[in-house]
Design a protein around this ligand. Structure first.
Ligand code: B1M
Length: 212
């Protein structure tokens, strides 16, 4: 039987092939995809995050661990997503300008798809006007922004300021998140919602779009 703890250990070593194989095995055995995600993949990434903070590992190790995480996620994604027939709405999502972190953003996109949204992923390092232009182009309901650096949090405000300048602030639901972001920052920049994790983001998005 595949040990979820081992998924975390292989991830920390950056062993993408082993992570992929163990995630596949665990799914075939009928283990819970959410437990594989939280106790295997994310738990391993959190340990790497702590070590990175304490200078025990450096950028190359973090990158190979992130690659292993993405390898595991690619296997897990179909199991985490059970999309309904009619999309509940459209989401435009990206990591803000200056910021290259995309793992959390990808999880949010995945969870959004999981509750039935059509998701347009703009990637990383997204210019403020690109969020807005794409939302206009595809007729989005929600603009989702992720930031992992304290230095890129102001880019979230830049998007909201640009929405105001273009007279579009009330047209879209604006959601923000990422490790350094919190409720008080969201209120300060006048985002509509802050959520601490990907699953909550998807739940809140669905409720918000139904209520609008
Ligand atoms: Co970077 N990095 N990094 N990094 N990195 C952090 C964020 C850091 C906290 C590490 C540390 O020092 N402890 C630190 C930021 C410090 C700060 O600003 N206060 C940091 C730094 C400093 C840097 C560089 C500047 C390092 C350097 O070059 N000297 C550099 C910046 C590059 C840039 O962006 N311009 C850099 C680079 C990198 C890598 C490229 C090596 C790699 C990114 C790979 C990738 O993303 N493809 C990387 C990584 C992996 C990390 C850590 C270790 C892990 C981040 C992660 O993916 N976590 C991170 C340390 C840490 O967080 N402990 C760190 C897992 C992910 C699932 O969590 O993204 O928080 P997270 O998403 C969560 C929630 O936040 C939420 O949902 C997810 C959970 O369900 N969420 C949302 C996210 N977005 C949301 C949006 C929502 C709602 C919820 O609504 C729209």
């Amino acid at each position: 039987m595949a040990e979820i703890r081992e998924i975390s250990e292989f991830l920390q070593k950056g062993r993408a092939k082993n992570v992929k194989a163990l995630v596949t095995e665990a799914l075939e055995e009928g283990q819970d995809p959410k437990a594989i995600l939280n106790d295997g993949l994310l738990a391993g990434m959190m340990i790497i995050g702590e070590k990175f903070k304490n200078n025990e590992v450096f950028v190359p190790e973090v990158l190979v661990a992130a690659r292993a995480l993405n390898a595991g996620l690619s296997i897990l994604e179909p199991k985490l997503i059970e999309v309904g027939n009619e999309p509940v709405g459209k989401v435009v999502i990206g990591t803000v300008k200056g910021d290259l972190h995309d793992i959390g953003k990808n999880l949010v996109a995945m969870m959004m798809k999981g509750v039935g949204f059509e998701v347009v992923d703009l990637g990383v390092d997204v210019e403020p006007d690109v969020f807005i232009d794409k939302a206009e182009e595809v007729g989005a309901d929600i603009i989702c922004m992720s930031a992992l650096l304290t230095t890129t949090m102001p880019s979230m405000k830049a998007v909201i300021d640009a929405l105001k300048e273009r007279g579009l602030k009330d047209k879209y639901i604006v959601m923000v998140g990422g490790a350094p972001v919190n409720q008080s920052f969201a209120e300060q920049i006048e985002a509509d919602y802050y959520t601490p994790d990907a699953a909550t983001a998807a739940e809140v998005a669905k409720k918000a779009v139904t209520e609008k």
